[in-house]
Every structure is written in structure tokens, then in C-alpha cells.
Design a protein around this ligand. Structure first.
Ligand SMILES: CSC[C@H]1O[C@H](OP(=O)(O)O)[C@H](O)[C@@H]1O
Length: 363
């Protein structure tokens, strides 16, 4: 996607042919800092600190982290160390495990001398696959918005989304935002209610930034405003991303998603989840019982980072001194509250049968 006319992906190999470039998402929307990563340890830090974030992007960047590790040491021990280190950075998004498993399977049996080139090629394939997958998710989600527009000709289609599941959360195009970009580009009058998404404000900072740069009408709202807007017919559809979909259709996503799904169900509003194949965890059935939920630092809840009037980034404490905080970073929405899944292969109901229908090879 573009920022002020310049095309970007969220991760790419530098012109030097080996170092890895990322946008530092902890500085957006205030600063466009492009970081150069030269070692696997820096990739691990970038994922852990959320300089890069978003399930598909985490997987793609970790894949390049393996390539950087092998460039320094192509031994099997180094490969295993890199996979283990990168795999421990964040526990909920299954894309991380998916990408690392794919890299290990591709590289483990190769002669050491062939591993570096193969690692960069496989990481590039993962990145290219993600971009094309997300573009297709947009095409498969577009009819949902076209149907709403057809029901209310000339009126705005109002979409509510949570967190950031745009191109910044993927290699390109995004997942939940991909159908919105397609609709906007097709001339459908679309407006997006952007949940600020406490505590890290991925919505207010990143989704709003993305939509603004693409010219999509949007309004940032407090996380707790969504139910009210749904009660007053201000929301036609909810579309979110996900960090892990179970084989029965349960959905792990940013904390607060479950509450939005409850409000949507109570108000008869469709609640769709956009997911690439790399986010489906076929080994897990009951998401609430089985998906590990990342617990992040208390400071993310007690403190807030923003830009001062004179343009400086500053972090201030917003919670009472001495008060502890809890910070579960994700929750699980049971399949019964999900209207359907938007994938690169089409749309399906959030169920084992629905998923097997699109992915028969999953067995
Ligand atoms: C397209 S995946 C986006 C997904 O990832 C986000 O989590 P985080 O910002 O902590 O990486 C959030 O759950 C989004 O829905």
C-alpha cells in the first residue's frame, strides 16, 4: 500500500540483498522510521517490542530472522537456536509458529552451503504469499460490502473494526481492512468506525493512519462506544482480523474483540473475521481452553504514549500511582458469535465443516 504516494510493504530486503527493513510501528503515526535489521536478535526484539506486529507480519519477519541467523552461522545448531528464540517472542499468533515450522522444514535437511540462499528465498515466498493472500481476502470480502451498499443505495456503508488488521499487520493489503480498501477503490461510500483499541491503541494510531493515507472516511472511537453505535443502527457490519482460528472456528484476536462480537450478536449485526490460511491452527479445537493468551507489561495499561503539542513523543502515566494492572493482549471469540470467515479461498461459516469446505486438504 502507499504512504503519501510511495508504495510500501511492511517488511522487505534492503538493496544490499541481505539486511531486512521494517517500519517501526511503535513510532507511527507520528514518525516514519524505517529500521534496518542485520541480526536475528534484532528481529526478535522487533517482534517482542511490537515494532512489527500483526499475526501475518510477525510470521513473515520471523522468517527473515531465520535467514539473518543462518547468514551468520548456517549450522543446524544455529538454525534450531534461531527457530527457538524467534518462536518465544509472542505466544498467541499462530503465524509465528507456522512460518518458523515452514522455514525449518525447508532448511533442516539442506547442506549448510545451500541454506542461506534457500532461507532468503523461502522468507520471500512467505512474504509474497501473504501479500497475495491478503489481496484475495479483500476480493472475497468485497461482496459483503457491495450487498450492504445495494440495500441502501447512495448511503454510507458503516463498518466497525477493532485493532489494526490492515496492511501494517501483514506484508501488504491487510486482512480486515483489505475488503474496505477494495470497496473504497470500487467507489462504494464506506466509513469505518475505528476502535482505538486500548491499551496500545493500534486502532487510533495505525488503522486511522492507514485509512487516512488511503482516503477512506473513518472515525476513531473509544473501545466502549461500539455497542452504543450498534444499538443506534450506526454499524452495518463488523470485520476484524485474527491471530489464531481454531479448526472449529473459534477466533483469538486483540483483547476486546469478544465484547464487540457479543454486542454485534445482541444487535443482529454481522460479525465477520478475515483470516489467511497461515492463521488457522488445525491442531486446536476449543479456543478458549487451548489458545495461549499473551500477558503483556502492566505499563502498557498504566501508561500512554503520544505526541506533545511541540511534536515530541512522550509517555505519561494515566493510572493512579501504585495501582497494579493486568494486560491480557488477546481474547477468544467462540465460533457461535462469528457470522463467518473471509479467507483467500472464499467465505465460510465459522465451523469445522465450513473450514474443511475451503481447506479439504486439512482433513
Ligand atoms: C491481521 S492480524 C492483526 C491482529 O494482530 C493484532 O495483534 P498485535 O497488534 O498485538 O500484533 C490484533 O490482534 C489484530 O487483529
Amino acid at each position: 500500500m502507499k504512504i503519501d504516494g510511495t508504495p510500501y510493504r511492511s517488511v522487505w530486503v534492503d538493496a544490499d540483498g541481505w539486511s531486512v527493513r521494517i517500519l517501526d510501528q511503535t513510532k507511527l503515526p507520528w514518525q516514519l522510521d524505517i529500521l534496518q535489521l542485520t541480526e536475528a536478535d534484532q528481529v526478535a526484539h522487533a517482534i517482542r517490542s511490537m515494532q512489527v506486529r500483526g499475526a501475518p507480519l510477525i510470521g513473515a519477519v520471523a522468517a527473515y530472522g531465520v535467514a539473518l541467523a543462518l547468514r551468520a552461522d548456517a549450522s543446524t545448531a544455529a538454525l534450531d537456536r534461531a527457530v527457538a528464540m524467534l518462536g518465544e517472542t509472542r505466544p498467541t499468533a499462530i503465524n509465528l509458529r507456522w512460518a518458523l515450522d515452514r522455514m525449518r522444514a525447508r532448511l533442516h535437511n539442506l547442506p549448510e552451503g545451500d541454506r542461506v540462499a534457500a532461507a532468503y528465498a523461502e522468507a520471500q515466498a512467505i512474504a509474497d504469499d501473504d501479500a497475495e493472500t491478503c489481496r484475495r481476502i479483500g476480493l472475497n470480502g468485497l461482496p459483503l460490502l457491495q450487498e450492504i451498499a445495494a440495500r441502501k443505495p447512495g448511503e454510507t456503508v458503516n463498518v466497525l473494526t477493532h485493532c489494526n488488521a490492515g496492511w501494517l499487520a501483514t506484508v501488504d493489503y491487510g486482512t480486515a481492512l483489505s475488503p474496505i480498501y477494495q470497496a473504497h477503490d470500487a467507489g462504494i461510500p464506506v466509513h469505518v468506525w475505528v476502535d482505538e483499541t486500548r491499551p496500545r491503541n493500534q486502532g487510533a494510531a495505525l488503522t486511522a493512519f492507514e485509512l487516512g493515507k488511503h482516503g477512506v472516511r473513518h472515525t476513531v472511537i473509544a473501545d466502549n462506544a461500539g455497542g452504543h453505535l450498534m444499538q443506534h443502527a450506526e454499524v452495518d457490519i463488523c470485520i476484524t482480523g485474527t491471530d489464531r482460528v481454531t479448526r472449529q472456528g473459534d477466533v483469538a484476536n486483540k483483547i476486546g474483540t469478544y465484547l464487540k462480537a457479543l454486542a454485534a450478536r445482541d444487535n443482529g449485526i454481522p460479525f465477520w473475521v478475515a483470516t489467511p490460511h497461515s492463521t488457522i491452527d488445525w491442531r486446536v479445537g476449543d479456543g478458549v481452553a487451548e489458545i495461549p493468551i499473551e500477558e503483556r507489561a502492566e505499563a502498557e495499561v498504566t501508561d500512554l504514549t503520544g505526541r506533545t503539542a511541540d511534536g515530541r513523543l512522550e509517555t505519561i502515566r494515566v493510572a493512579a500511582e501504585g495501582s497494579p494492572a493486568a494486560n491480557p493482549a488477546f481474547d477468544v471469540t467462540p465460533a457461535r458469535l462469528v457470522t463467518g470467515l473471509i479467507t483467500e479461498r472464499g467465505r465460510c461459516e465459522a465451523s469445522a465443516a465450513g473450514l474443511r469446505g475451503l481447506y479439504p486438504e486439512a482433513g
